[in-house]
Ligand binder design. Structure first.
Ligand SMILES: [Zn+2]
Length: 201
């Protein structure tokens, strides 16, 4: 496997395989669904460790800004474990793609997950044909969902479109090609907390 880690930015924890990263997310979500709270190490020592040794997130997650869709909680992770990009409707434009490229290429996260969700206000706005002030989000969603009218189907199509958008970037496509990166999609069920991972082609 051709990977070019340098002494400076390589870090042990980040070197998990895509399979291992996916297992960690699945297991974290399983715990989250039954959890009553989320106790993580927020100690000054942990903050200092991450400052001195650098961050080593094991996955990158692009999720909606919806206050109910909090990847660090949904996957029961703590400081330094997930590199998260949040934007209304989990749409991917140039800024979101560049953020993902940074994490995958320079922080070496081996899994890039686009996390859509049910009952998404941005999807609803797109289905309702709203534009105006929010057009830069709803326009992208409208393009992704085409003629779909079912909100769940629209969430899935929007998530898949975001992955296709990411894949169009050579930096990410190359990492995927050599096996250093896997891109995945999932839908968070807002009513119960369960994450469904989508079958990827
Ligand atoms: Zn949303």
């Amino acid at each position: 496997m051709a990977m070019d880690y340098t002494a400076d930015d390589f870090d042990g924890d980040a070197h998990v395989s895509p399979d291992a990263a996916l297992r960690r997310l699945r297991e974290g979500n399983r715990i989250y669904v039954e959890a009553l709270d989320h106790e993580r190490d927020l100690s000054p020592e942990r903050i200092q460790d991450l400052f001195e040794n650098g961050q080593r997130p094991f996955a990158t997650v692009i999720a909606c800004s919806d206050s109910r869709v909090v990847p660090e909680h949904i996957f029961m992770t703590g400081l330094g474990e997930l590199f998260v990009v949040r934007v209304a409707g989990n749409v991917v434009g140039p800024v979101e793609a560049a953020s993902a490229i940074y994490a995958c290429k320079h922080l070496h996260t081996s899994l890039l997950l686009v996390l859509g969700h049910t009952h998404c206000g941005a999807i609803k706005a797109a289905l309702d044909g709203e534009a105006g002030d929010v057009a830069s989000v709803t326009g992208r969603i409208a393009e992704a969902i085409g003629a779909a009218s079912d909100p769940y189907e629209a969430s899935v199509l929007n998530t898949r479109a975001a992955i296709a958008e990411l894949r169009a970037h050579p930096a990410l496509a190359q990492l995927e090609e050599v096996g250093a990166l896997r891109m995945a999609g999932a839908i968070y069920h807002t009513h119960c907390g369960v994450v469904d991972f989508l079958q990827m082609p």
